[in-house]
Write a protein that binds this ligand. Structure first.
Ligand SMILES: NC(=O)c1ccc[n+]([C@@H]2O[C@H](COP(=O)([O-])OP(=O)(O)OC[C@H]3O[C@@H](n4cnc5c(N)ncnc54)[C@H](O)[C@@H]3O)[C@@H](O)[C@H]2O)c1
Length: 315
């Protein structure tokens, strides 16, 4: 049994995303115990062996093994990256129905184990899957965290850093909404250091608003482009998940655009969606309400409606 100070993660789904996350955890020394679970048990065992052979080079002493759902009992985090790939001719809604079944089959034994930590969800469509976890688990909303638009925001800041030749960490801008087609950038809230990006566009910095819209579109299309080139995306999301994990275990109170339940914020209710949240040892400790323009509020509303409609269509 682990000591109380040990950081324990159970990862369900040892595919490309799950293992990119596991690899980032090992390299950044982000937990003490990592349990791998997959319906393909042999694969989970092979992945555990492979990672273990890197522990000596990791600068840490992480305990890694293929386990089962009983191991969730004293886990701090259960991370869900399990899912089925879309079959040819299968609609997104049918895929979603299949993945809901997958999640039911996983959550039942996780909950039976007595797990009382935090769920981190990455399986797509992530906002809907996080809502499903919330509904099935009955956990307080802050303890269900979807990866949301954390990765999209990282992509945006990277591209803005390139555009303005500034460290992306000094570009303060978010992608909000669904992790998908209806996501958007609230440009009224975007800053280079503390200077509004809108001001840069009206000065002599050589920035036209049209270029910002092109960057926004590039972010929205990034996953499609990567999938076309190499069939799947996984390193970026693995790093985004590692960042969220670090914020949780470090009790950081960091602002990250994860998928969280709206309960009246921005005038919306009942939907999990990518939104700037304060993340600490409790999961999502609060949602930050930005001063969006009327148009941006409307875009958020439309994104909420899209997600809610998909969720209702599942019934
Ligand atoms: N949130 C994001 O930003 C983001 C980014 C990229 C990918 N994703 C999503 O992450 C998910 C995983 O992608 P991937 O590339 O790793 O897929 P993958 O096919 O490589 O891995 C999925 C794994 O889930 C396992 N699995 C399936 N059913 C299971 C069950 N009932 N119990 C336990 N394990 C089960 C499979 O055996 C497989 O190992 C997909 O839904 C993908 O769309 C999300």
């Amino acid at each position: 049994m682990k000591g109380d100070d040990k950081r324990k993660i159970v990862l369900v789904g040892t595919g490309m995303v799950g293992m990119s996350y596991a690899y980032a955890l090992l390299n950044q020394n982000l937990c003490d115990e990592l349990v791998l679970i997959d319906i393909d048990k042999k694969r989970a065992e092979g992945e555990a062996m492979d990672l273990n052979h890197g522990v000596a080079f990791s600068g840490g002493n992480m305990e890694i093994y293929a386990g089962d759902y009983k191991d969730c009992r004293d886990a701090d985090l259960v991370v869900l990256t399990a899912g089925l790939p879309q079959k040819e001719g299968q609609s997104r809604l049918d895929l979603l129905k299949e993945n809901r079944k997958v999640f039911r089959s996983i959550l039942e034994p996780v909950l039976e184990s007595g797990f009382h930590g935090i769920f981190l969800v990455a399986t797509n469509p992530v906002d809907i899957m996080a809502r499903i976890v919330y509904e099935i688990s009955g956990f307080p909303p802050g303890r269900v965290v979807g990866t949301g638009t954390a990765l999209d925001t990282a992509r945006l800041r990277y591209l803005l850093g390139e555009k303005f030749i500034i460290d992306p960490r000094n570009m303060h801008a978010y992608v909000m909404g669904e992790h998908g087609d209806s996501e958007f950038v609230p440009w009224s809230q975007a800053m280079m250091a503390t200077k509004p990006i809108f001001d840069l566009c009206s000065e002599t910095e050589g920035c036209h608003f049209q270029e910002l819209l092109e960057i926004e579109e590039e972010v929205r299309m990034a996953a499609y482009k990567i999938i076309e080139a190499k069939r799947a995306t996984y390193y970026g999301i693995g790093m985004a998940m590692a960042r969220i994990t670090k914020a949780i275990f470090g009790n950081e109170y960091s602002v990250l655009t994860v998928s969280a339940l709206l309960q009246g914020e921005y005038g919306e209710k009942g939907v999990f969606i990518g939104i700037p949240c304060v993340v600490n040892r409790m999961g999502v400790s609060r949602i930050i309400e930005l001063s969006l323009s009327a148009e941006e509020k409307q875009r958020l509303h439309l994104s909420c409606e899209t997600l809610d409609q998909t969720y209702q269509d599942l019934a």
